[in-house]
Design a protein around this ligand. Sequence first.
Ligand SMILES: [Zn+2]
Length: 454
Amino acid sequence: MTLAGGRIAAIDRVDRTEPADVTLAGKALLPGTVNAHCHTFQSLLRGLGDDLDFAGWRDRVLYPFSERLDRGAIALGASFAFAEMLRHGATTCVDFFYLQDEGNENAEAVIEAARAVGIRLVLARGMYDWEGAPKRYREPVADAARRTRELIAAHRDDETAVVQPAPHSPHGASAAMIRAGWELAEAEDTRFHIHVAEGRYEGERTLQEHGATPIRYLDRLGVLGPRMLGVHCVWLDDEEIELMGARRAALAYCPSSNMFLGDGITRIPELRKAGVRIGLGTDGGCTNNRLSVFEEMRMTSLLQRVRVLDGAALDAATAFELGTRSGAEILGLDAGVIAPGRLADLVAVDLDDASLHPRTDLLKSVVYAMSDRAVTDVWVHGRRVVESGRLVTVDERRLLARVRELTQGWCAPPAVAGPKCEPQGRPGAAAPRPEASETKGLRLPRRDDEPWST
Ligand SMILES: [Zn+2]
């Protein structure tokens, strides 16, 4: 295989190797996996809100802790998440990003982190105006549209980062905001992302407030179409599934996150049958809590089996396709397939790994059995970013040390099962930032010698 200009130039047999060639004896080369939905800063909150329902997680962990992250911490969280994803064989990540602070500087810090760590990024630029959310998420419609347009333009010629609009959801964004996101996608010829029907309450609320359930509401707004990536889509009725397919809309499906938060089960076979195009996402690192698309392939298949009580509900080849080619396609990327002309985003796995034994059917083993430990090498845009199981772009030990330093003393809010928060901390433990006054009920810091999770 020859790589050139970030793409696969040719796939051919070679009789002789050149000194610069890489040989992969005992390994299999796979297309890099595509993480179609994530919130990278949430990796810093991992372990804080486990075992809560959605509202508890959002109000007691997500909102208060996301207030603590300055731009440096946002960049650190992104680097931390990107590094973990690459090690797990994800070569593209959608970061649905909404800590805007009324500007684009934070989003630029995430884009820079992706470049430095070496992952392909789709920055889904959040557009949020629900007044219940923290102020730093929110913007007036005109400002959000202008800033998103500027960010798209600033990265139009970027080889490994692309910006797409992302009105938050039917409950997090007004009708005007959702329309503005769709109009931008039309004008700039991009896809757009929106959370849809993650929890059962959303359908009832959208029906009450707008007189229609979420997919019907989006259709009425005129935004349901091939540019739309609906995230989750758990609570759709039969007609909404048909409507989504008829309009050629796409789905970013996050099975582990849906299980973790107790959301419900998206009806994947029905959506596929209706013609909905589907990719797989991990969602944020604190609602999963892993960052592996291979894991999501496995969960996609297992969860549908248990829903329809049929071991043949969704096979390995389909799950693999959703996590690679289909995920790339819904994002408008030329990736997810090993073929001449496609982007050179590749993953090598060690066929000697125990999890890939016995050597019966490699594809099935990759989906159902493979340990992430088997991922040895990763290329993004032709650049080797993981070599023999080690990141070559950043010092992972230093990165983790910075994560520990930042999160020292953070602990789960009271009433959460798990680590106890002690009022006295280790000498030198980081003091809470002033914003911690908004984190009512939190006791800081945690004793460092206590287990972080149960
Ligand atoms: Zn999300």
